[in-house]
Each structure stands twice: as structure tokens, then as C-alpha cells.
Design a protein around this ligand. Sequence first.
Ligand code: ATP
Ligand code: MG
Length: 654
Amino acid sequence: STPFGVDLGNYSSVIAVAKNRGIDVVVNEVSNRSTPTIVGFGVKSRSIGETGKTQQTSNLKNSVENIKRILALNADSPDFEIEKKYFTCPVVVKDGQAAVKVRYLGKQEEFTPTQLEAMYLNKLKDTAVKETKGNITDICLAVPVWYTEQQRRAAADACQIAGLNPVRIVNEVTAAAVGYGVFKTDLPEEAPKKVAFVDIGHSSYTVTIGAVKKGELKILGSAYDKHFGGRDFDRAIAEHFADEFKSKYKIDIRTNPKGYNRVLVAAEKLKKVLSANSQAPFNIESVMDDVDVSSQLTREELEEMVKPLLERIHVPIEQALEAAGLKSEDLDSIEVIGGCTRVPSVKTRLAEIFGKQLSFTLNQDEAIAKGAAFICAMHSPTLRVRPFKFEDTNSFSVTYYWDKDAEDTDHLEVFPKGGVFPSTKLITLYRTSDFEIEAKYTHPEELPAGTLPEIAKWKLSGVEVAEGQDSAICKLKVRNDPSGFFTIESAHIVEEKEVQELVENPEAKPEDEPEYKTVKKLVKSKDLDIVFSGLALPEKVLAKYFEEEGKMVAEDKLVAETEDRKNALEEYIYELRGKLEEQYADFASPEEKEKLGGMLMKTEDWLYDEGEDASKAKYIAKYEELASLGNLIKGRYNAKQEEFRQELRAKQEA
Ligand code: ATP
Ligand code: MG
């Protein structure tokens, strides 16, 4: 499988693959290096990515964006209401979590964000398969640093529903930092360089501080603002014009979803223009009620509108520095990525707060995907990558709990906030019988609001107390794995046994008999069985979603092929009709001409009538009907052409 890295952005997504030569960004079907993150539902099929974006304005109610924002989002989270206002389709509650309601194939359907993310990932996978002509199975998916276990599990589930094997879930900015560490050629060998990586995208803002040297990256700390990004700028501009148009044109675009969306789209364009110009016009024809609107905006006005955002831009920087135990003077470089950092006022503020010039070593749009592809390649059994070590840090503390038995305590904070991962810890419990362990976030208040503290539960069985003992000594290998998941990797019982140990005697001569002593040692006596229950989807549900996704893909494919056949038929009609009067004129008898002419006319009429929406088989049948005579004539023409060519060649050779 070709290593595959995905930066699933809230605005657009970038995919990259690892090849022997290096890491390549994969372009999509219209040769773009990024693909709009959108899933649209239609009467006949889904439109994902580019086509979804093209159809968005005419299909607002059935177009879904902001998928990553509502992935595994609990309905009672305050974010539920916040995110809802960014959607143009209804957001509903399904099994206590956010889901969307759309019309698809003529029916009202509900889809979970996990399913939606799977649909989108499947499309990205398809793009990669078509472009690389390789097999794409393993994926390293980048996710926001604020994703909790529940969202990471949902992201991994989405990969599986899309037929992808999530070899690793990685924090977005960490992936970019890995790319920096791998591809930067002038990194120090000894004392690491301290680098702040800043990513401001469409919806969120992350600061990650790392220590990088040749072949190695250590993340020292991260912080984020979940609600800070380009979409908030777009919204601010749209709201400004909504007010302006109300007084100026007496229209309320807030009451007109289509009109509002067009303003939002134009606002985003305007924002980009204002990154390069100090002033720009804003015009939309017939935005609603046949009213044309016309206005303009200056860069200063935009800055004034987003003041509340800019005023808190320093917070994640300070928090990340604190988590890393550094001061901004300690930093050697500030590396900036993410589309929103192209806004001049954002750049200025960042440079002021760090007290340093910003660097743009990384590709602002592609760094995360490339890093992710490299990480996926690190896990590949076949591809050799240059050696690189990296570790991330935990954003939230995690404690494992059990019912107290023969131990002194009933819980242990195994993975504190700021601790590094992947990491494995050994814990020892004294048990008299089978037991359960639960992992929970230690401080729910550290978590994004509305996150449930529960992470996972394990049932451990097979505990046996040896004769003469009060309890069994259970050793548990507890892991915060490379994807950030909290697990119990293995568990076993140890017993104290008398064993013979060689006595080390440096003065012994080779011919001396070796000397042994009897010592008491803890040795493994048996493995415990572990049954895990966590936040991933149950196998059955996963299998059902996988099957449904497969059906939808088949449906989309059939619709696309039907459309292709229809187009082929239409083109053939025009081609034959034109040529029958010209090139083919001498190769068909008057009867044939009349017959074919009639057939062409009849088929064309059919195409614009009942043939408008026919089956793939029907289009093929109609095509073949025409071809039975058409290709006969075409064949005669081609034969004659060939004859000419032969003659010509013979003459030239003579
Ligand atoms: P997220 O990281 O939140 O998931 P994303 O990764 O999709 O989202 P990016 O691609 O980093 O986000 O950035 C997209 C945002 O950057 C959009 O809001 C876009 O309008 C904005 N943007 C892109 N170019 C410019 C520019 N020249 N000036 C201002 N904003 C820009
Ligand atoms: Mg991003």
C-alpha cells in the first residue's frame, strides 16, 4: 500500500503520498492541489469535493461542510449551538450526538459526522488511487490537537468505513513539525532548535512548540483556540454587509439562506483580496428579491470588525509557551502555516506577540499532509524512510480507576497533561479476583466544553491467587499509543518463585565450577484476558456503515457512468450527422443515408424526451443500434483512407 497522508481541513483538504523519491501532493480531478471539504447529496447521487462545491449554492440544504467540527460532538456541548449556525443543512441529534438531515435519492436521511467523514475520505482515497494508480489502504490522518479520545476514535472509525486502515492518527501541527524536522537540511546535530509552529486555518488556531534537531523532534507543548479562523472573518464581513444592506436596500439577507450564502462566499473572496490590497469592491447581482448590491470595504474596516478575535490571538501563544516551559526569547524560529495567516493584521499581531520575525519555511497549505504522508511511510513495512524520531505531548491528563481491593489506592494518574506519547507505563495491582479498570480524563474542566470524561473500560479476567498468598500480583502494561489512544496493552500475573542465579565471581578461573545461589524473584505466571470497551463504534455498526458506504459509492459510480454513456450517445449522433454529409457522403448508399438519417433523428428526439433520464443499459443499446449502421459506413471510409495511405507510402518508397 502506498503511504497516504491526509490533512482534512475544515475549508479544504490536502492529500499526499510517499514514493521512493519523496513525498508528493496529489492533485484532484480538476488538477487542484486541495479539495473543498464538502459532501453534497442529490436526487441521484452524492457530490463530494469539487462537484459538491460547484453545486453548493443551488443545493444548500443538502450540502454539508464543517464535518470535522461536529465529529463525535455531544449534543449537550455548548459547541453544538455554535457549530449549528455554520451549517446550511439541518443539524439534528442522533444518539445524543450531532448528525445532519439531508434529502438524498428522494428521501429524508440522517447521517452521522463519522459517516460523512468516511464519505469524504473515500473520495480522497479515490483521487489518490486514480492519480497514483497504486493501492491505497494505509492512512495517517491528521486531526486537531484538541480532539479527545472520542473524536480520535470517530476519525479512525471513519477511515475504516472508507476502507482505509488508520495506521496512525496524528495532531495536525505535529505532522507539519515532523515535515519540518525531516526536510530541513540545516538543523543542529546537538542542541535542538526551539521552534513555535503556528497554524491558523478556517476554523481553528493552534500553537505547537517543538525542539528539533537532526533526526529528532520533541513536542514540548501545544495550545489552541477552537473558535478562531478564517470562517470567523468571513462571518464578520457578511454580518457587516447584512446590516448595511438592511438600511441601504431594505433587504434582510439573514432571512434568505441563499442570499446569505452568496454574501458569505463573496465575503471570503473579499477577505482574500484585502490581504493584498488596502481596499476592495463588493458587488453581488440579484442577491435577493432582484436587488443588486454594491459596496466596498477597506482593510482597516475589516481589522476593526475582527478586533474581538485579534484581541485574543495572544492567548494560545502564551499557553503554549507555558506548557513548553519556555519564554518567547527562547524560541529560535516562528514557523507559520494555515490560510488565515495570510491576513496582514494576523501576521503583524503574531510577530508583535512573539517579538520576532515570522518564518515561512513550510508550505502553508501542504505541510500537514506531507508530514502525515511521511509518518504513514514510517509505519510502512516496505518503504524505507530516513530515520526520524518524534514524540508528542498529551493535551489532557488521564487517570485509570479500579475498585480498591488489596491495593492502597483505587486510582492512578498514569498519563499527566504535558506528558509525552507514545508511552508505556507499568502498573501493579494486588487483586483477589477478576476486576475492571476504567480510564477517564482527570480534569473534565481542562477538556473542550461538553466532552464526557469517560475514555474506556477493560475487564480483566483469569486472576488466580497462589496458595499461601493473600492476593495475586497483577502487572498491567498501560499505553498512550502513537495515535494518542489510551489502552491496556497486556496484563499478567507474577509470582514469587525461587530461582537459581549464577553468582558472579570475577576472580573465578575458567576451569572452576560455576556457583549458583537460590533467590526469590517475581516471574510471570500467566496472562490475563482483557476485554476492552471504548468509544469506537461497535464492530456491527462499523460493518453496517462500511456496507452502506460501498452501496453509495456503487450508486454514484453508476450515475456517473450513465451520464458518460448518455454524453457518448449524444456526441455520436452529432458526429455521424455531420460526417454523413461530408467525409462519409461517398461511402453510404442513398438508402443507407436515409435510414441512418431517420435513426439519428429518432434517437435525438428520444434523448430529449423519455431518454432524458434513462438507464445506462438503454443508452448503450441506443448507441449500438446507431453504430450497427454508422460504424459500417465509417468502416468503409476508414478502409479507403488506409488504402490511400498505403498507396502514398508505396509511391514514397518507390
Ligand atoms: P482548519 O485548519 O480550521 O481545519 P483548513 O485547514 O481547511 O481549516 P486552511 O486551508 O489552512 O484551513 O485555511 C483556509 C482559510 O484561509 C479560509 O478561511 C480562507 O479564506 C483563508 N485564506 C486563504 N487564503 C487567504 C488569503 N490570501 N487571505 C486571507 N485569507 C485567506
Ligand atoms: Mg488546517
